[in-house]
Design a protein around this ligand. Structure first.
Ligand code: HEM
Length: 731
């Protein structure tokens, strides 16, 4: 059944030894061209937001509630309800998110695809998704898989009598696995911290995970339930829990609420001799006959009371399909003794308890049981305080869990302007990076014209204006849709103090003056925000630069951004948007080991740019003089501030010879091939456009005779895209 063993496979398209085999360190430009229209069956005119509006939301929720208790013979429900299974599916869908790069998360329906569909931590969730298929089929494109998985978790919680904080739709499915997410270097599932390529290798003493990862082992959502590397030590496990949950933006209180709230419902599955249970191939590798299911289990019936998922056999509370405060009650009232599941995994049993826990399929009652990581909530001193508070105040617990669950499942959705549906909470939450609604009249075409003239007359250079606008917009990241020019957070902490934004304060001060003057004279409730002013000024500069290049071009500008306040800005959380590299501004923090050209592609991917867009932007930003700290690297022109194609022309000019200018080859010098006279300097990010064969092909397009106008047009289109990346309010 294993197709990878097939000797004939190399003879078909895509087979054989490929570029990635010959040159494993090649620049992965395909990251910028993933999720193309060609792989999207809905076409480019499909609008999920429009489709969602036509959804009968109440009927959908009713159907989900019915599915919850409609036990199927092919996967019987524990205790007659799939609530636990669906909550776990939603949590594992959202739980891959990490704050560091904003990638992962439940926003794109990735649990349908490898590797996530086959992660060892996602065993049996293939069944959970398939239980939802009749509903997905019925509602079609009015509900995405990404939304459906999260909503099923919400409805599951409600089915237990829990009151959730709300739900927002708006997660758009993608149609192939994301390639940009770094899941770690290990080559085997669940490799421990001892393996040579483990995520702990760089700091084993402190047991610190390599960034941006947010799980302890390959194939886990967060931590090992048995304790660090399987060591059943609840205090040591607390270290791992704290580190991983912090990396998905959860503090101690949210973490305790989430784990306890999650494990108030459902059970774990490990009822079978671990030696004998033969879990067959995961879904991605399983036989065709299984039609997308995996982990076929030959233990007894392989389902129901024989179901095998984690190998642990724990039931936390005596009402596993009903909300209660029993998790904390049992955690504190009982003494916990280390034992093993029937499959041989470390778990804990309440030694001084009666058999008060029901069996999922009517068998004899059991004693309460817990995972090592559950006991962390009692034996870690900081967690214990919080757990005791929740034990004594069930309402505080329910409230904290409702909020933390909402944050968990909505953290990667970006601003509330993306939220859809009747259950969007009214309350503004700081992690949403809130921006006040526009409550004034926006500027019109003649105001925009006058403001542009003021900007160009202010003494600010094209370089300054472009650099500031770029800096304000380029914090955006497509993974969790945070950042961007809206809110003008570049004028607030922490952004205003970032090294890469050095000097933008001077430009912003002048722009604020123009804005204030306009706002005090405009009358009629008309205003412009600083956020709009910064983008408008950058666009005015690009227009001037295009015109000076002999290609007068209008740079589209749509007002409607507003300014956030410092109080609306969570400093630690916004600080994650600070990438220590931005090749577009020729910026990289010293000491980073990854070659700068790879960091450029990473940044371009965060900005959701294609390879041609990245190429046009780098070439344009260089001749506009928009480098960090005014450096001249890659500024391959004598006419700085003019939107010419000089960068490409001069880079590809054979009369220049390039030589490494330092040992680590982060800098190069271009000299006249004949005289040896110095002509230019350039970084790896600049020279890669002549060196890499794909980028060179694109650079040639812009260096060719007669391409000046095309270059301006392409630059302006890519520039406008970046300025509007966070304008979800525009259709
Ligand atoms: C089940 C581990 C946090 C919700 C499980 C299972 C394990 C596990 C091993 C058993 C899977 C199976 O055999 O069926 C952990 C660990 C956590 C954690 C190590 C973090 C330290 C959470 C969180 C939630 C959650 C944050 C939700 C907010 C659930 C639910 C089940 C479950 C509802 C029951 C699934 C069912 O009934 O089929 N967890 N979990 N867990 N987990 Fe967690």
């Amino acid at each position: 059944a294993d197709a990878s063993q097939c000797p004939f496979l190399s003879e078909v398209a895509g087979g054989g030894t490929q570029n990635e085999d010959w040159w494993p360190n090649r620049l992965k430009l395909e990251l910028l061209n993933q999720h193309s229209e060609k792989s999207n069956p809905l076409g480019k005119d499909f609008s999920y937001a429009e489709a969602f509006k036509k959804l009968d939301y109440a009927a959908l929720k009713k159907d989900l509630l019915d599915v919850m208790t409609d036990s199927q013979d092919w996967w019987p429900a524990d205790f007659g309800s799939y609530a636990g299974l669906f909550i776990r599916m939603a949590w594992h869908s959202a739980g891959t998110y990490r704050v560091q790069d904003g990638r992962g998360g439940g926003g794109r329906g990735q649990q349908r695809f490898a590797p996530l569909n086959s992660w060892p931590d996602n065993v049996s969730l293939d069944k959970a998704r398939r239980l939802l298929w009749p509903i997905k089929q019925k509602y079609g494109q009015k509900i995405s898989w990404a939304d459906l998985m999260i909503l099923a978790g919400n409805v599951a919680l409600e089915s237990t009598g829990f009151r959730t904080f709300g739900f927002a739709g708006g997660r758009e499915d993608v149609w192939e696995p994301d390639q940009d997410v770094y899941w770690g270097n290990e080559t085997e599932w669940l490799a421990t911290s001892d393996t040579p390529n483990s995520r702990y290798q760089h700091n084993k003493e402190k047991r610190e995970i390599e960034n941006p990862l947010a799980a302890v082992q390959m194939g886990l959502i967060y931590v090992n339930p048995e304790g660090p590397d399987g060591n059943p030590d609840p205090v040591a496990a607390a270290h791992d829990i704290r580190e991983t949950f912090e990396r998905m933006a959860m503090n101690d209180e949210e973490t305790v609420a989430l784990i306890a709230g999650g494990h108030t419902i459902g059970k774990t599955h490990g009822n079978g001799d671990g030696e004998k249970v033969m879990m067959d191939a995961d879904p991605e590798a399983a036989d065709f006959a299984l039609q997308g299911f995996g982990w076929e289990n030959k233990n007894g019936s392989g389902k129901g009371s024989d179901a095998f998922t984690s190998g642990l056999e724990v039931i936390w509370t005596s009402t596993p399909v009903q909300w209660s405060n029993d998790f904390f009650k049992f955690l504190f009232e009982f003494e916990w003794e280390l034992t093993k599941s029937p499959a041989g995994a470390h778990q804990w049993v309440a030694s001084n308890a009666e058999a008060i826990i029901p069996d999922p399929f009517g068998g004899p009652n059991r004693k309460p049981t817990m995972l090592t990581t559950d006991l962390s909530l009692r034996f870690d001193p900081a967690y214990e305080k919080i757990s005791r508070k929740f034990y004594n105040d069930p309402q505080a617990f329910a409230d904290a869990y409702a909020r933390a669950w909402f944050k968990l499942t909505h953290r990667d959705m970006g601003p509330v302007s993306r939220y859809l549906g009747p259950e969007v909470p009214k309350e503004e939450l700081i992690w949403q990076d809130p921006i006040p609604a526009v409550d004034y009249t926006l500027v019109d075409a003649s105001d925009i014209k006058a403001l542009k003239a003021k900007v160009l007359d202010s003494g600010l250079s094209v370089s300054d204006l472009v650099y500031t606008a770029w800096s304000s917009a380029a914090t955006f990241r497509g993974g969790d849709k945070r950042g961007g020019a809206n809110g003008a957070r570049i004028n607030l902490e922490p952004m205003k103090s970032w090294e890469v934004n050095k000097g933008t304060d001077k430009t912003i001060a002048v722009l604020e003056g123009i804005k204030d003057e306009f706002n005090s004279n405009a009358g009629g409730g008309k205003k412009i925000s600083l956020a709009d002013m910064i983008v408008l000024a950058g666009s005015a500069a690009v227009e001037k630069a295009a015109s000076d290049a002999g290609v007068p071009t209008e740079v589209p500008f749509t007002p409607g951004r507003n300014d956030a306040t410092q109080e609306q800005t969570e400093i630690d959380s916004v600080d994650y948007l600070n990438t220590p590299y931005d090749g577009f501004r020729n910026y990289v923090v010293e000491g980073i080991k990854v070659p700068a050209e790879h960091l450029l592609v990473d940044k371009a991917q965060l900005l959701t740019l294609t390879t041609p867009e990245m190429t046009a932007l780098v070439g344009g930003l260089r001749v506009l003089g928009a480098n960090f700290d005014g450096s001249r690297h890659g500024v391959l022109t004598d006419k700085i501030g003019v939107l010419s194609n000089d960068f490409f022309v001069n880079l590809l000019d054979m009369s220049t010879e390039w030589k490494a200018a330092n040992e680590d080859k982060s800098l190069y010098e271009g000299v006249d091939r004949k005289t040896g006279d110095f002509k230019w300097s350039g970084t790896r990010v600049d020279l890669v456009f002549g060196s890499n064969s794909i980028l060179r092909a694109l650079a040639e397009v812009y260096a060719e005779a007669g391409s000046e106008a095309k270059f301006v047009k392409d630059f302006v289109a890519a520039w406008t895209k970046v300025m509007n990346l966070d304008r979800f309010d525009l259709a």
